[in-house]
Design a protein. Structure first.
Length: 314
């Protein structure tokens, strides 16, 4: 019998987990496959770990990894991929915005059409306001322009993958990870299913606007060097404008003399040029910081406890 491994990153999800587990039980009863539920506790400060331990005591299909601190969702996904068992692997959020019942259809499509990946992307996200939807749409347009790796707009991490795909993703051992990009980088035959994402079943989102912004920057920097090329091209353009202005000033001085006026516009130009320089220095610094972190070779995550440790204490 085939086996599906389900990876569930968790950070302060004590309110959502009981609902998620209940829905997953319904799905597992309907599907003629074995299951493994691997929860990754990403340094939660609430009772998430206690709930996971309770699940593991009652259900042998439940496993968990508990980090020594909060390392971020990308680290949780990577740890889950490294430790999950199964012929097929899927990622889900515990807040039920990735409906477990969709897994039934995803599995059917993957088997019937002999695909490697079946993923979900949202038509409408009920938790997103107008501002967030606008910036999300703009981000994917920018991402499509700058990166060579195709990424579907509004794609979720929720996808069902074959073991071959998982092994390919794990072969990419970089420290700075952007999973959406890595999933698409490895290629394979992929099909996207659309759905309307429901609201969170409980709790609050852990993604602030700033976190989403920095995560988006990671996506662009991790899969494109075009910002560096753009900064070089704009630098050349500014040099051309500067030489042109020098010619104009010399010509103006020879014809009309050298008036003293014009210092406000000169001050504005200096401030503008300084701002552009600092902006592109920031882009270069972002790339250098990624190289700096890669060379340190620090672990992506540190595991403090698993369900095996819990069983040893009995």
């Amino acid at each position: 019998m085939k086996k599906i491994g389900v990876i569930v990153p968790c950070y302060n999800e004590e309110e959502s987990l009981p609902y998620f587990y209940k829905e997953m039980q319904k799905v597992m009863e309907q599907m003629d496959v074995e299951f493994e539920l691997l929860f990754v506790n990403d340094g939660s400060k609430d009772k998430t770990l206690d709930i996971l331990k309770d699940f593991a005591k009652k259900d042998e299909r439940v496993r968990f990894l508990s980090f020594s601190r909060n390392f971020g969702k990308e680290a949780a996904i990577y740890a889950g991929l490294q430790h999950v068992n199964g012929d097929y692997v899927t990622l889900m959020d515990a807040d039920l915005q990735d409906p477990p019942e969709k897994l039934i259809l995803m599995y059917q499509v993957l088997i019937k059409e002999n695909l490697d990946i079946v993923g979900l992307k949202t038509n409408n996200h009920k938790n997103y306001g107008f501002v967030r939807k606008f910036f999300t749409a703009c981000y994917y347009k920018i991402l499509g322009t700058f990166t060579t790796v195709p990424m579907a707009p509004n794609e979720r991490d929720y996808r069902l993958m074959t073991r071959q795909v998982v092994d390919a993703i794990l072969s990419l051992e970089e420290y700075n990870r952007y999973s959406k990009g890595l999933f698409n980088f490895v290629g394979f035959d992929t099909k996207w299913l659309t759905y309307d994402a429901p609201e969170r079943v409980a709790g609050k989102t852990k993604w602030s606007f700033w976190k989403l912004f920095t995560y988006g920057i990671d996506g662009i920097v991790g899969f494109s060097t075009k910002p560096l090329v753009l900064s070089a091209m704009i630098g050349i353009l500014f040099c051309f404008i500067a030489f042109l202005m020098i010619f104009v000033i010399i010509l103006k001085t020879l014809i009309w003399g050298d008036p003293v006026g014009g210092w406000p516009s000169l001050a504005c130009i200096i401030i503008f040029c300084s701002g552009v320089q600092l902006f592109f220095l920031g882009i270069i610094g972002e790339y250098l910081s990624k190289v700096y972190l890669e060379t340190k070779k620090r672990p992506v995550y540190i595991i403090k406890e698993t369900e095996k440790d819990m069983k040893k204490k009995r």
